[in-house]
Design a protein around this ligand. Structure first.
Ligand SMILES: [Zn+2]
Length: 279
């Protein structure tokens, strides 16, 4: 018996050292997007590329105020190495609630923010936008976006080739905070000689915490695009300071939790064709 037990202990010790998977929580749900599909694409796409276990909490509320009860607790992120915000919750304005969301990141927990997360938590203050590093208020028509990586030396975008998306939403940039570092520009040909350009991927230094953001990802086919998933994965690992060969390998552990939050009793708004209206 003794040698077997010793061997088991050794196995546990070596796993907990360099190769332990990161634990991520993907929070999604709300208005305007197929989160049932995109949550699975993201979870599986990330786990196939990086040694990250992705837990999912998804709200079935299709309105602009999907409530995530866990955010009422200031310790909501306990046990996680990374949070992936993919909410679409423009009308959640409760400062204490939003304070709980950002404070875990202010206290050092890395984050990745995707697409409609940028248009969430419009409290009338800069609380959420300071965390993102950029403020956006809306987007134009769905048209292809030509993505140009503007910092070839950054670890996240190193070696990545420019590409053009399918029809997508280009989020405008009302304000880029000094803590943000743009990594990619998106350009949309709007026809009639008109163009729109905006930062579509950037990092933010949020009180010393690494945050990666991309406004891309309205349509599920964009989210499933391997170039998009590679970008998100590299941003996720970078935010955890684990963008290296040891973590750029598939997650091989058991599937994590997948928690679905039912629609609350009050009637929820139906999903529309686009994102929340401009502020
Ligand atoms: Zn969208």
């Amino acid at each position: 018996m003794r040698p077997t037990i010793a061997f088991l202990f050794l196995g546990v010790a070596s796993l907990s050292a360099a190769d332990a998977p990161l634990r991520a929580l993907l929070v999604c749900g709300g208005c305007c997007h197929d989160y049932a599909k995109q949550s699975v694409i993201l979870r599986d796409g990330i786990q196939a590329r990086a040694n990250i276990q992705v837990d999912v909490v998804i709200s079935e509320d299709k309105g602009t105020k999907p409530w995530f009860p866990m955010y009422e607790n200031k310790d909501w992120a306990k046990g996680y190495d990374l949070i992936i915000h993919d909410e679409c919750a423009a009308e959640i304005k409760d400062m204490a609630f939003v304070g709980n969301v950002v404070n875990v990141h202010k206290n050092g927990l890395p984050a990745v923010n995707l697409h409609c997360a940028m248009h969430s938590f419009r409290t009338g203050t800069d609380t959420w936008f300071e965390f993102l590093g950029l403020q956006s208020s809306g987007h134009g028509p769905q048209k292809p976006i030509a993505i140009e990586f503007t910092d070839a030396s950054h670890p996240i975008t190193q070696g990545m080739a420019n590409w053009t998306t399918i029809n997508e939403e280009l989020y405008n940039n009302l304000k880029v905070f000094p803590t943000a570092k743009p990594l990619a520009l998106g350009n949309q040909d709007l026809g009639s000689g008109k163009n729109a350009t905006a930062v579509v991927a950037w990092t933010n230094d949020y009180h010393g915490t690494r945050v990666f953001n991309t406004t891309l990802g309205h349509n599920s086919d964009t989210v499933a695009d391997e170039r998009y998933l590679n970008l998100v994965v590299r941003g996720a690992l970078w935010s955890c300071d684990k963008l290296n060969a040891a973590y750029l390998k598939p997650y091989a552990g058991p599937q994590g939790r997948f928690e679905t939050l039912a629609v609350p009793a009050k009637p929820a708004k139906e999903a529309g064709a686009g994102d929340p209206p401009k502020k």
